[in-house]
Design a protein around this ligand. Structure first.
Ligand SMILES: Nc1ncnc2c1ncn2[C@@H]1O[C@H](COP(=O)(O)OP(=O)(O)OP(=O)(O)O)[C@@H](O)[C@H]1O
Length: 301
């Protein structure tokens, strides 16, 4: 049996969506014998908010890591605005993709403002010498950076906390600060990995408003999230990963009504389930008593 991931006919783009910002094609990531991501294609267009969902262990974060240069995909390419991205995370950020992490990664002992300033380093061009002598160019760049950082703190509702240590912020505000820091690199695409994890309902609603505002400011968004209500209320398009493969991609309506998606979340087997072909082979082999005879397959000599 072969798996045929389906792609919903392209949803009508919302007004303002444009050319492809991100084009991932045939992205595969193997860790030894485990294929965490298998042959995944995904496009995000300018002005879009795209959701990436799937059960635990489906490969969502691994896919993000392939997009952002943390992992070198075993196969496949990732393009940002038509150019193939290098496999170095700081070069990916410089190109225009910023991200947040599932496990918050702030500089805990730095202030809120300093955390955002760190995020600006890919957009400042003053060299080490200029920094050491603190010449006029450096001081001007520093002022501009601080002004932009304060704008972002205003935008994310954290301006009043500019001098607080990051570690003293409540959890929801730490997540917002991660977003402000990511925005400091002036990205064309923002990747959010579980931005509402651990948030209250009110904080989740505020995060939805924030993501919509980010889109209005011209940054496309790709978001991983387990909170389905958040995803279906926010996204123009949703892609579902199951066992590393894209099962379906389409509008929130299409995806939430698809029986295979419901089954994948409930753990119920369904026809064409990713990995089902391999499972069927093993079952057939077990029935004919041949299971386990081919012990050499996949091993090096
Ligand atoms: N560095 C690694 N080395 C080996 N296996 C890994 C590595 N990173 C992830 N995996 C495996 O790849 C698979 C996909 O993991 P991944 O974290 O990408 O899933 P996920 O969809 O993000 O899950 P969750 O929703 O629980 O965060 C899992 O089986 C995981 O154990």
């Amino acid at each position: 049996m072969t798996t045929t991931p389906t792609t919903d006919s392209a949803p009508a783009p919302r007004s303002g969506t444009g050319g492809a910002v991100l084009e991932a094609s045939g992205v595969t990531m193997r860790f030894g014998g485990l294929t965490a991501v298998r042959d995944v294609d995904l496009t995000v267009r300018a002005g879009e908010i795209v959701g990436l969902i799937g059960p635990n262990g489906a490969g969502k974060t691994t896919f993000f890591n392939c997009l952002t240069g943390l992992y070198i995909p075993t196969e496949g390419t990732v393009r940002y605005k038509g150019t193939v991205l290098p496999h170095r995370s700081h070069l990916v950020t410089q190109a225009g993709i910023a991200r947040t992490f599932q496990n918050i990664r702030l500089f805990a002992n730095m202030t809120v403002l300093e955390n955002v300033l760190v995020g600006r380093h890919t957009r400042t061009h003053e060299g080490l010498l200029s920094a050491l002598v603190r010449g006029p160019g450096f001081r001007r760049a520093e002022r501009d950076s601080e002004q932009r950082a304060m704008e972002l703190l205003d935008f994310t509702g954290l301006a009043a906390k500019r001098d607080h240590l990051a570690r003293n912020l409540p959890y929801g505000e730490q997540r917002k600060l991660e977003i402000a820091r990511a925005l400091a690199s002036e990205p064309g695409l923002l990747l959010l990995d579980e931005p509402t994890a651990g948030m209250t309902a009110i904080e989740t609603t505020a995060t939805r408003e924030l993501v919509l505002a980010i889109r209005e400011q011209g940054t496309a968004v790709l978001v991983i999230e387990h909170d389905m209500r958040f995803i279906f209320n926010l996204c123009d398009r949703v892609a579902v990963l199951v066992q590393g493969q894209k099962l379906i991609e389409g509008t929130p309506e299409t995806v939430q009504n698809d029986d295979r998606v419901i089954a994948a979340y409930l753990g119920t087997p369904f026809d064409g389930e990713p990995g089902e072909a391999e499972a069927a082979e093993v079952r057939a082999a077990e029935q004919t008593g041949t299971a386990g005879t081919d012990t050499t397959q996949g091993k090096a000599d």
